[in-house]
Design a protein. Structure first.
Length: 276
């Protein structure tokens, strides 16, 4: 929940450069043409490089490497290009943060984004929106580390020792990192549903109205964090089903889910290394 303490710090949140802001508006506009978006992407050297690296990554790439934005558009299609442009803009908008390994941070973030994209396909949620929400779901952690580096370091250290991130952030800061991320997403003019997905990711049942994206974030993070918990191999599918039931308010096709997630495992981590 956004608090007075957070709102007082809103001016410290990063602003997107005008060119990137215009690019995001273009890719979020369904009336924008492929040609116009390709042209805008090509005008930003860093975003172009990131989009091409993503297009050639293990997840999106094919046998032949693409070398231009036009080729990337042809290979990927408009929806995927939109997602990659957003990912590239977000990665570039947040500077280096002391105490956080950005390659590891973005690797874990993209891992969750890939899981949420797959889950979305199985419960009638737009997969590109779920992927974008996954990319943004931890952005608040980076912002808190930028605004309050010493307190953020205390939170990270305590969490590593088993502390509860929600309680620690609220006690030390007066707000939690998902609220910061949600506020940034709102300032960057993302959809209300995506903002809610970020804000309620830790407690999706608190969202009003219900947020399927928050549920997907909750599920995807738990899958990533608890994948290697000790359990017999055949129990993994049952564990997934129980996790989905616990999240509630969502019906999901579970057939072949464990196998598909196994195929995706590690690809997000590789994407993170290529982006930073």
């Amino acid at each position: 929940m956004q608090t007075a303490a957070l709102l007082k710090r809103v001016d410290e949140l990063p602003r997107l450069p005008k060119a990137i802001s215009e690019l995001l508006e273009a890719v979020n506009n369904e009336n924008s043409s492929v040609k116009s978006i390709s042209s805008k992407v090509a005008q930003d050297t860093l975003i172009s490089a990131r989009v091409l690296r993503l297009a050639n990554s293990a997840h999106f790439g094919r046998s032949r490497e693409v070398g231009s934005i036009d080729e990337a558009v042809i290979r990927l299609g408009m929806q995927t290009l939109r997602t990659l442009v957003i990912a590239s803009a977000v990665v570039g908008a947040i500077p280096k943060v002391d105490g956080i390994d950005l390659a590891d941070f973005w690797g874990q973030t993209f891992e969750v984004a890939l899981y949420s994209q797959e889950l979305a396909k199985r419960c009638n949620v737009p997969a590109d929106e779920a992927f974008t929400c996954g990319i943004l779901h931890r952005i608040g952690e980076l912002l808190v580390a930028t605004i309050e580096p010493s307190l953020a370091a205390q939170v990270r250290a305590a969490v590593e020792q088993g502390g509860n991130a929600q309680e620690l952030e609220t006690t030390l800061l007066g707000f939690d990192s998902p609220s910061v991320g949600a506020l940034l997403a709102k300032n960057w003019k993302f959809t209300p549903s995506l903002v809610a997905g970020i804000e309620f990711q830790r407690n999706p049942i608190a969202a009003e109205p219900a947020s399927k994206l928050a549920i997907l974030m909750y599920l995807s993070q738990n899958i990533y964090m608890h994948w290697d918990d000790e359990r017999e191999e055949e129990i993994f599918t049952a564990w997934l089903a129980a996790l989905v039931n616990k999240a509630g308010i969502i019906k999901m096709d579970m057939s072949g889910l464990a196998e598909k997630l196994e195929e995706l495992r590690g690809k997000g981590l590789e994407i993170g290394k290529q982006l930073v």
